[in-house]
Design a protein around this ligand. Structure first.
Ligand SMILES: [Zn+2]
Length: 561
């Protein structure tokens, strides 16, 4: 790795294969870095975390008093820094309604087949949620069709539907995306096509009645128990807005799927093989099914918080760099875990994500303190309902306050490093856009190394709020902590992370303590500040790498400008 440490001057293009246009990328002047460093301090980071993660905010569960207090705090901080209201109707808030649906699925789900009738047992064989926000969901005597991966990806010349009419049918789909060829769907990196959310959306676009995703542990990245626990209770969504919807979102175990397909006179192994070819066409299964179930539907209200620092360039100020961090967490819940005798039931969410909010506020302070404002506008967006499924950022992406083609980039913070400085920084979703080069140059200027995600098959890029921006075509940056801590033995970071996942992550113990140190978080926040500043100053907006899964959405958004 080449390291640039020419004082604080970062010449992005020096380490890139730059085109003539990119060669004009401006450097970050010393004066700008000096201002940012004076603002992004341990105190500036610790104070918001102390407030947001305090017991008084009761874990910031959506639509609670703690949620309202957190939003008021964030909005008033932005106001005090000179950020203008970036929400609706001249306020700092954008209202987000959240719908909760609890489906009461039948204990057995019956199918009639050419090779005999078959029933799948709830939980053992199948798990499902409602696709509609109505008191009743129903599928009436629908035929089943195997549609392979259920993917349509023009950039890979891949279409599992081949124009076949699947309206009103129940689609049986394989999980993940093709992963056996590095040239197809980025090899073993899970793209959005490989996520279950894509599968259900894809079926809805085609007017299908329902979907059964075939679960295998390798293709999901987690065992069947995770499907059971995450789909068992209330599911949260944005309110329906007339978009196409399927009635039923189901999963089946591989064994149940094998028996089901066999009852239709087919062989799952052969279908899986057939699905691996581009020439695959949907296969009717000689199976029919009916299912009807009741839903309990609830609705609560929360909000995103947004503030804008208008750009200084008369033309470019219509474009915006959006920083995002979710402000919500789980509120008050059951005391966890075995062995916890404190009875603590407040999910403070200090790391997740008071730390992300604090980094945004510190970056906001730095932007506001600059003697000259960046050319493009800068938005700080604190989104709601991330823990319920990226709901706040999804709502913003569907109702953006800037046209998607005018959003230059998104930089998302979910979590923060409180263990000290690291030699590395992990980039989730590396290899997708021109933002990589900026990130690499900034990280190397700190004498650190930018490393790609260690678990590309898990699809982390699609599991925090930057994904909502990518989906509408906005190039997005998202980092995870480094693991190689300065002054700590080899493996210490990984061990600490594993301990944290086991004992802290999404538990009442995610709290601010005196052991937290901020020198590592400062460096990570400086990367975000620098990336946003460079994007805001550049003549041209960042671009997806050619052939990226989100390039088509960007082209559409730019064409609409
Ligand atoms: Zn989070």
């Amino acid at each position: 790795m080449k390291i640039i440490q020419r004082s604080a001057l970062i010449v992005v293009c020096a380490i890139l294969e730059c085109t003539a246009a990119q060669a004009a990328t401006p450097a970050i002047p010393d004066a700008v870095l000096k201002v940012a460093k004076a603002q992004i301090t341990p105190d500036a980071l610790r104070a918001p975390i102390r407030f947001l993660a305090s017991d008084e905010l009761e874990g910031r569960g959506p639509a609670t008093r703690g949620d309202a207090l957190a939003r008021l705090y964030l909005a008033s901080q932005l106001e005090s820094l000179g950020f203008q209201p970036g929400g609706e109707n001249g306020s700092y808030e954008q209202t987000v309604d959240v719908v909760g649906v609890t489906a009461k699925l039948p204990t057995t789900w019956d199918f009639t087949g050419k090779g005999g009738d078959i029933s799948l047992k709830w939980s053992d064989d199948y798990i499902a949620g409602s696709g509609v926000q109505e008191p009743t969901a129903e599928i009436k005597d629908a035929p089943l069709v195997f549609v392979g991966y259920g993917i349509e990806a023009p950039e890979y010349k891949w279409d599992d539907f081949k124009g076949v009419d699947v309206r009103g049918k129940v689609l049986v789909m394989l999980n993940n995306d093709p992963d056996w060829d590095p040239k197809l769907f980025a090899g073993n990196t899970r793209l959005y096509y490989g996520r279950w959310t894509y599968k259900y959306e894809s079926a809805a676009r085609h007017g299908a009645a329902g979907v059964i995703i075939v679960h295998t542990t390798p293709s999901a990245g987690y065992p069947w128990q995770v499907v059971q626990s995450s789909w068992g209770g209330e599911q949260f969504e944005l309110p329906a807005e007339g978009e196409p919807r399927i009635q039923l979102k189901a999963w089946a175990t591989e064994d149940a799927a094998r028996r089901l397909v066999k009852a239709g006179g087919a062989d799952l192994g052969k279908l899986v093989e057939a699905a691996k070819k581009r020439s695959f066409k949907p296969v009717p299964l000689n199976l029919r099914t009916s299912i009807r179930f009741e839903n309990t539907v609830s609705r609560v209200r929360t909000a995103n918080v947004a503030g804008v620092l208008p750009g200084s360039d008369p033309k470019l100020k219509d474009e915006v760099v959006i920083y995002s961090a979710h402000h919500d967490h789980f509120g008050i819940g059951p005391p966890l875990k075995e062995g916890d005798k404190t009875g603590d039931n407040i999910y403070n969410g200090a790391e997740d994500n008071a730390a992300g909010c604090a980094q945004l506020l510190a970056i906001a302070r730095a932007m506001a303190a600059l003697p000259e404002r960046p050319r493009r506008s800068v938005m700080m967006l604190f989104v709601a309902g991330e823990e319920q499924g990226l709901l706040g950022s999804k709502y913003f992406s569907l109702h953006p306050t800037y046209a998607p083609g005018k959003i230059a980039a998104n930089i998302n913070y979910d979590g923060g490093n409180y263990r000290g400085r690291t030699k590395d920084l992990t980039q989730i979703g590396a290899g997708k856009s021109s933002l990589d080069a900026i990130a690499k140059a900034l990280v190397e200027a700190q004498g650190r190394v930018l490393v790609p995600d260690q678990f590309p098959d898990k699809g982390y890029y699609y599991r925090s709020d930057q994904f909502s921006f990518a989906k509408i075509g906005v190039p997005a940056l998202y980092f995870d902590n480094g693991y190689d801590y300065i002054g700590k033995p080899q493996g210490w970071g990984k061990h600490e992370h594993e301990e944290w996942t086991e004992h802290v992550y999404h538990q009442p113990s995610d709290e601010l303590t005196d052991e937290w140190v901020f020198d590592g978080m400062i460096e990570d926040a400086m990367i975000g500040f620098g990336a946003g500043w460079l994007v805001a100053q550049a003549d041209a907006m960042p671009t997806w790498n050619p052939g990226d899964e989100f390039e088509a959405a960007r082209k559409k958004a730019i064409a609409a400008n």
